[in-house]
Design a protein around this ligand. Sequence first.
Ligand code: ZN
Length: 403
Amino acid sequence: MDSTLLIAGGTVVSAYGVSVDTGVLVRGSKIAEIGPTRDMLRRNPDSIIDARGAFVAPGFIDIHIHGSAGSDTMDATSSALARMAEFVSSHGVTGFLPTVMSSPIEQMLAATRAAAQAARTDINPHGECDVRNPSRRGAQVLGVNIEGPFLNAAFKGAQPEQGIVSPNPAILHRILEVGGGHVRVMTIAPEMPGAVDIVKALASQGVLASVGHSGASYDDVKNAIEAGLRHVTHTYNGMRGLHHREPGVVGAALVHGELTCEIIADGIHVHPAAVKLVARAKGPGGTVLMTDAMRASGLPDGHYELGGQHVIVTCGAARLDTGVLAGSTLTMDNAVRNMVKFAGIPVHAAISMASSTPARLIGLAGRKGRIEPEMDADIVLLDAETLQVRATLVMGDAVYERK
Ligand SMILES: [Zn+2]
C-alpha cells in the first residue's frame, strides 16, 4: 500500500477560485482526496505538511525553456537536463519541455534525442506512470519543444541564422523520428514557402504548431489556422508589432480563439500593459506563462552563451553583442507574480496560465495541471502574501523545500 501524505490547512487553488482551510490527501504519486482539513485529518495520513498561510497550487509547467543553472538543452546531455530539472523545481516547476533552438541539423537532432530520452524515462507516451530516472531529481521532462528550424531569418531574434532553413518535410521527418513521439511543440514561420504543409503535418501528428520568429501577415496566420496552427510563440517577440491596417501575427493572436498565446512576463521582453492586453483578450485558458530562460537563469549577471553566440547578462536582461534580447533569466514563480501585478488578475487566474493551460496544450490535461482526485500529485506551495515558493512536490515526492 502506498503511503499517504496530507497537505493540511492551505488555500487550494483551482481554475475557478480558491478554497480555504482545505486538505489535499496524496497517496503515492497521485492526489487521492480533497476536503475540509478536519475531515482529511480523520484519514490518519502517514505524514503531514503544514500548509497554513500558503496557496496549494498545481505545479507549474514551463513549455518553453532553453536552459538554466548553467545548462542548456543544446548541451544535449542528460546531466544538463538534470541540472535544469532540479533548478526549476525550486521555482515551483513540476514539468517542463526542454526547448531546442535553430542550429545545424545534427546539433538539433542530438538535443532532441537527449530531451526525448529524458521524457521517455519520466513520462511515457501512453500516459502511464513510469519509473523515474534516479539520476534526475526535480521537475519531470514532459516532452520536447522545437523552436525552428523553419523560421523567417528577418525575425530571427537570437536564433542563430545558420540554423534557419526553408520548410522541408524530410528535415521535419528526421526531427520527429528522433523525438520518438515526445515532440510536443514546434515553432514555424507560416509565411515561408511550404510552411503550411509543415503545419498540416504537425497537426496530423498531434504536435502543437506555433507561429513565431515570423513576419506573417494577418491573412498568412488565418490560412495557417485552417491548416492546424494553434499557438503563438512568445507573443510580440520575434514578430512585427500590431498595426491597425496590417494586424499581423499579434492581431491574429489576439482575436482568434483557436490560438493560445505564450507571453514572457519578465517586464523586459514585453511592456506590462501589453502583457495585460494579452491576458484580457485571451483569458486564463488562452494565455500561457513560460520563461524562454537560457543558461544564465539562476546565476549572476555576466558572460554566457546561447546557440554558440556570446551573451551578456546585465540586471537580469540577456542580450547578444548586437543588443538583441537572447532569451531570459525569468523563472515561472516570478512570471506568475508579475502576471498578477501587470494584469491585475486574481492569483488563481495567473496560476492557471502556468499550470492547467500549458498541461492542456501538451496533451496532459488528464494527468496534470489541476489539484483534483486521480491527478498526478504535482503541487507547489506558495506563501499566500508574497507568492514565494515554499515547497514543490513532483509525483508526490517533495523535491524542494525552502530552508
Ligand atoms: Zn525560445
